[in-house]
Design a protein around this ligand. Structure first.
Ligand SMILES: *[C@@H]1O[C@H](CO)[C@@H](O)[C@H](O)[C@H]1NC(C)=O
Ligand SMILES: *[C@@H]1O[C@H](CO)[C@@H](O)[C@H](O)[C@H]1NC(C)=O
Ligand SMILES: *[C@@H]1O[C@H](CO)[C@@H](O)[C@H](O)[C@H]1NC(C)=O
Length: 308
């Protein structure tokens, strides 16, 4: 009897110790992926996905005024569209590169661009100017049709290529190249970008993930540290970081002009979102990484207007 008890108790102790070890190992083990792209051989496979660290309430915080009555895209933008769009790009590293801090910073940076480019907060008092991202989904009073003679992407008759989307797309050749990238006929149907929020986010993510010209880095690359500046880049004061993402996306419309308002508004959105996500703006880094005030454009406007 007594021996049996001892054996039983011993067995219990051993079992508990083993259970303890197993659960400890489980805690340390990397996430096990069981679904979707996570198991399809991407090198980002099994890292945190965007919805693991960026949830619907955070999206609502970042874009808290987008459905206010004076907004211009009420009911259009939502978290589900953002997440659905991102499933195309997460296997390529969007929001899945590096550890959690880098991942959250990339989402704050990407959305900082989106928020600043779709804001109607300037001159609106309530909530402050940074609370009004995703207020628009298209340009309200286009001053022109944005049609440029282009043999690869000729304008479709009667179609206008004014700004639409989350990182607004302008010009026929930009609709053409992004449409090719997403396999959607945006050259003939640019209006899709103001009708479908998932597609609008996908177009913005495509722009973020791809270089403007071959052999150049993408905004994603310069942000997450995939890019090593050349000697020429260093001479042009181009350093990896948020400032270089503005250089790629806007060139000298925003960069190489000193501390101008349009540049500072983009930086402010990024820092505001870092705060709201609980990352903290101090993680945005030093001023010389955040800014592109002195950077020479990768694609100076004098020579980029003929680009396709
Ligand atoms: C996956 O996550 C780990 C841990 O956070 C990180 O160190 C690694 O760089 C990530 N993988 C890639 C390809 O970014
Ligand atoms: C919106 O775009 C997405 C992504 O391209 C597509 O899967 C979906 O079918 C579109 N929705 C509609 C209503 O056209
Ligand atoms: C560096 O800049 C010089 C002068 O603008 C140019 O001729 C050269 O091709 C550039 N080199 C690279 C690798 O881009």
């Amino acid at each position: 009897m007594e021996i049996k008890w001892t054996v039983f108790v011993l067995a219990m102790v051993v079992a508990m110790a083993m259970w303890g070890n197993v659960s400890e190992a489980k805690g340390k083990k990397e996430k096990v992926c069981t679904k979707g792209w996570e198991c399809q051989g991407s090198k980002y496979c099994c890292n945190l996905t965007i919805s693991d660290y960026f949830q619907v309430y955070q999206f609502e915080n970042l874009f808290s005024k987008r459905n206010s009555p004076i907004s211009h895209a009420v009911g259009f933008w939502d978290y589900q569209s953002f997440i659905l769009a991102s499933t195309l790009f997460q296997p390529l590293g969007f929001g899945t590169t590096g550890g959690k801090l880098m991942q959250m910073k990339e989402i704050a940076a990407f959305l900082g661009h989106v928020g600043s480019q779709t804001s109607c907060g300037y001159g609106v008092a309530t909530g402050g100017p940074l609370a009004w991202g995703l207020c628009y989904n298209h340009e309200m009073s286009p001053s022109q049709a944005y049609c440029d003679p282009n043999y690869l992407y000729p304008c479709s008759p009667g179609v206008q290529y004014y700004g639409r989307g989350a990182l607004p797309v302008y010009w026929n050749y930009n609709y053409g190249i992004i449409g090719d990238g997403l396999k959607v006929d945006l050259l003939n149907y640019p209006e899709y970008l103001e009708q479908n929020a998932t597609l609008a986010f996908q177009a913005a993510m495509w722009r973020w993930m791809n270089p403007i010209k071959p052999k150049q880095p993408s905004a994603h690359d310069v942000f997450v540290g995939n890019w090593k500046p050349t000697k020429n880049d260093t001479l042009a004061k181009r350093v990896p970081g948020f400032g270089a993402t503005m250089n790629i996306l806007y060139g000298d419309r925003v960069c190489s002009q000193g501390d101008i308002d349009s540049m500072n508004a983009i930086i402010s959105h990024y820092l505001y979102y870092l705060d709201l996500l609980g990352v903290g703006r101090e993680q945005g880094g030093a001023h010389d990484i955040l800014t592109c005030a002195e950077q020479i454009a990768f694609n100076p406007s004098s020579s980029s207007s003929s680009s396709s």
